[in-house]
Design a protein around this ligand. Sequence first.
Ligand code: BGC
Length: 735
Amino acid sequence: MTPLSHSSCMIANWITPSSDYGEVCPVFRKTFSLPSQEEVMKATLKITSLGLYEAYLNGNRVGDFIFAPGWTSYDTRLQMQEYDVTSFLKGENELQVTLGKGWCAGNLVWEGHQNIWTDRLALIAELQIALKDGTFLSIITDRDWESAKSPIQYSELYHGETYDSNVVPSDWSPVSLYPRDKSCIIPQEGEIVREMQRLKPVALLKTPRGETVLDFGQNMTGYVEFSVHGPKGHQVTVRHAEVLDKDGNFYTDNLRKAKQKITFICNGKRQTYKPHFSFQGFRYICLGHWPEQVDLNRFSAVVVHSDMRRTGRFECSSPLLNKLYSNIVWGQRGNFLDVPTDCPQRDERLGWTGDAEVFVRAASYNYDVNRFFTKWLHDLKTDQFEDGGVPAVIPDAMKDGGGASSSAWGDAAVICPWQLYLSYGNTQILKDQFDSMKKWIAYIRAQGEDEYLWNTGHHFGDWLGMDANPGDYVGSTDKGLIATAYYAYSTSLLIKAGKVLGVDMSEYEVLYQNVVKAFQKTYLPEGLPTSNTQTAHVLALYFQLCREEDRERIVQNLVKLIHENGDRLTTGFVGTPYLLHALSQNGYAEVAYTLLLQEEFPSWLFSVKMGATTVWEHWDSLRPDGSMWSTDMNSFNHYAYGAVADWMYGVMAGIQPDETHPGYEHFFLCPVEDKRLRFVNASLETRWGTISSAWRRENGKTVYEFVVPDGCTATVKIGDICETVRGGRHLYRIG
Ligand code: BGC
């Protein structure tokens, strides 16, 4: 059942338990009578909460939204859902709603913040019933509701849940009204988070340490549903981990403070359970005190993420690249849980702007992320600081501005809306965000020692670059170079956005020219970047910041740096997303393919060869000898380096949007082949229909086959061919 979206105006009251239940999740109830089920014409439940809610009407779960009402910047934007519940009503009715802490009140951020947006769990709901005789009834949250302790004894997103199946809510007592503003309540804006898929365990392991471990074969985000039969009062535990260590033991050090632990208290009968307000990032689970023989059929891993429409498909003749592609898609599933997060497992799981910014293009090929990112960008706008700075995570769970407004991170304010415009022709998002985009540029403009340079302040730099000093997280590219490069790039996108909206952008055009000049003078004084790093070269090329006469020298030097490093990359979060593009746009697609096909560390395929099923945070999360890079910052499900999928779709298969006809009304088909592959097949569902692009080797020739949806046009660019084609199938044989 999909929530309807209507008016967000609520006449109901916020209610909260009148006594303190400690860690136990409260359940609220209201009973009411109706003439009969037949008399009900239509019934709608409007509901939201401070904390997460699960609503049941006469024992039926209302809707299938997991972790409702979702995660937004709750102070200003709290989504309300509307559900059609007509079929659930009877003569005598009971509406029950359980609340959990979730993001709003629970433990969030590695420093152990609590109650970031509220110190009370609270509910607001209205059940509107239209009877066939023309009467309207309204059941609203008010003093007539009651609350009690639920069987959920403890629930935290990071830490797991404790469920006592012996508890039946009793001692119902009247609730209190909670004086809290209702003006922040908005209709559902994002995608619905749902249970999307179920995986069965592929193996039962006994580790060297003697642990009983189940392997689901895939690192993922969600929770485990299990059935267990234990004596009344017996406690079982289920812990979650992404990897096993070198010796094959269950490994949880990389979770830092996140416990990811389920405790279930049996009641003497067979019970089936899954967590309510907690999710885990895991491939393996470790069972504790299991009271019966472990039967794999009694366990399912439930994959939970925002229900986005899958739009992109890619495959090629390299099984390793296909596995990398699969890992990237799994990374998106695991980290698009209402907010684009860095990782789903450790004590973080935050909407890091930089990660979202580097991945948004790949993400928008894989899935339709238009609605998903629209909601998040509206949160970015609302959380943006007065001076135009952008919090490092959105929703701003840090609140103290810690690490805020770093270049490449805050640039999400400009880069993400522009991507939605390119991929979906979404002009509205440019309108919605234009002020926020301008504020970000104004913020940058006020930072540097010079108006046209950004060489001050805190920056994450080329985060996790391989050219970092030992033990450091930050690659060695000059942070001022990176910041000024992004200053120019974001200004160029703002100018384009302004032009789409019909705004006079001449002031920004002058600004852009001056920033580029300042960049060239300061960071390319003699043509080559002052930082002799791959990332510096990539930015100068990809962001079009170099003088035309220096371009060839820069790209040749980049190629030299790559060769000198054994045909391997050194780039971090900033350089990696554009590395292959910078090469292929400048005549070195073959080198780009070499990097992509590289199997030695550091490379994308190294992780694949090491058995990865998602994309790692570090190139060396797991080292060739099986040891871990560190316990501190070592996620095995970080999508950032999965940004390379946009090169797979956009260059290997050559499907690229056209900014003058966004949303694929007109697009480019410009695949770049490589002798090391036999074929590439990709497709993309757009609002015009499905585009497909494929090439294969046949009798010494390359055969290209394209499908252009009716109603739109594409420009085919392969070899010397450059022609515009209309809807239909198009075949080219070259060589
Ligand atoms: C996150 C990153 C993030 C970074 C900021 C980390 O803790 O996991 O993905 O972008 O902090 O540098």
